[in-house]
Ligand binder design. Structure first.
Ligand code: BMA
Length: 354
């Protein structure tokens, strides 16, 4: 898909507009409609794929070998995002991006230059799988950064142009740091997945609290991987939080990735869970089957076959619409749609908690 041509003038408009139009609700959209397509006629699928997937192909910008596992948010009269971009070094960096419609993206050719805390020289720190979470008037970016091993790096921005690094949330080894979009009982909350330095043949989701986005503690186990005991092979190897949790009347809707090992490598699917609104380490419901698994050509074929990896979701609660942004096969960026109410009902009706 062609790049848009955002200019710095448009960018300034974005900044001004965002202050005027974005509310505090975690599910509020900006003034732009989120991407949406109706479920294809005859389909019974809970989730269905955008017909123009991938929305960001592997060669979206000069030199790019893959742009995937990336995060987008409503911003002003359009959308902004932080993207995992790999050029020909295949060393992952984070780039800011802009879109008017959530489909056609301009991604900055240069990686984000962070100010503030730095524990390694700029450029020698890999950065991948970002999430972006708006809390009050600040956008926090969390990602997997290289700090003598992977762990959760944190930064904040208000305009997607200047990004200030904060302290890392955790010691190595950790991945998939996902913030909640509001404080709970006066504390920031973050999901994460302690793991190892390699390709991680294990992993459960934990929750931590912080009074200041610097000191994290009061760690709680949220969700274990499945396995033989649970009859849950699709999530038997490891699980990790995906998009920012969505607050609903039925609890926090968490979309997560879940992995099974096979004789030919890992398979990454998506699942969903409903967490308690006040004590989100308590899981009320959790799907007893995947809600989406790699099937499309661009999901089963690419740099790493058989991966769907959700990192962001746009919600239009008034119209019961959900657009999930996911990386496909560690190569491209895609969208899947669902009706929010159907996903919640499905999660409640097809649940196993363990
Ligand atoms: C995980 C992460 C993801 C990647 C996935 C599949 O460990 O590195 O970035 O999408 O593996 O390769």
């Amino acid at each position: 898909m062609a790049n848009t041509s955002s200019t710095s003038a448009q960018t300034s408009d974005h900044v001004a507009a965002s202050r005027a139009t974005l509310g505090q609700s975690p599910v509020a959209t900006g003034s732009a409609a989120i991407p949406w397509q109706q479920r294809p006629a005859g389909s019974q699928s809970l989730l269905w794929r955008h017909s123009g997937n991938p929305v960001i192909g592997r060669h979206h910008m000069p030199g790019a070998q893959g742009i995937y596992n990336s995060a987008v948010v409503p911003y002003g009269d359009g959308f902004a995002g932080v993207f995992r971009v790999e050029l020909q070094t295949r060393y992952p960096h984070l780039h800011a991006g802009w879109s008017n419609d959530g489909l056609d993206w301009h991604i900055e050719p240069k990686p984000i230059e962070f100010t503030g805390y730095q524990d390694q020289p700029e450029g020698v720190e890999y950065a991948y799988d970002p999430r972006v979470c708006k809390i009050d008037d600040t956008y926090y970016v969390t990602w997997c950064g290289g700090h003598n091993g992977p762990t959760i790096s944190v930064a904040r921005t208000r305009d997607f142009q200047s990004f200030e690094r904060l302290e890392n949330a955790f010691l190595p080894f950790n991945r998939n740091g996902v913030l909640f979009p509001r404080k709970i009982d006066g504390k920031f909350y973050m999901l994460s997945r302690p793991s190892d330095d390699g390709h991680t043949p294990f992993g459960d989701i934990y929750l931590s609290q912080s009074p200041d986005m610097c000191h994290w503690g009061v760690h709680r186990l949220v969700m274990r991987k499945g396995g033989d005991r649970t009859g849950q092979w699709w999530q038997r190897t490891k699980v990790g939080a995906g998009p920012i949790p969505i607050e609903t009347d039925d609890g926090w809707l968490l979309i997560y990735h879940a992995v099974m090992d096979t004789c030919n490598g890992f398979v990454y699917s998506m699942g969903a869970a409903l967490l308690d609104r006040d004590q989100p380490w308590k899981v009320h419901y959790r799907t007893n089957q995947h809600i989406m698994t790699p099937e499309a050509d661009y999901e089963v074929s690419g740099h790493v076959p058989n991966v769907v990896f959700p990192c962001a979701a746009l919600v239009d609660a008034a119209n019961d619409q959900l657009a999930i942004y996911y990386g496909a096969a560690d190569t491209s960026s895609c969208i899947a749609y669902a009706h929010l109410s159907e996903l919640i009902a499905f999660t409640k009706d097809n649940s196993i908690v363990f």
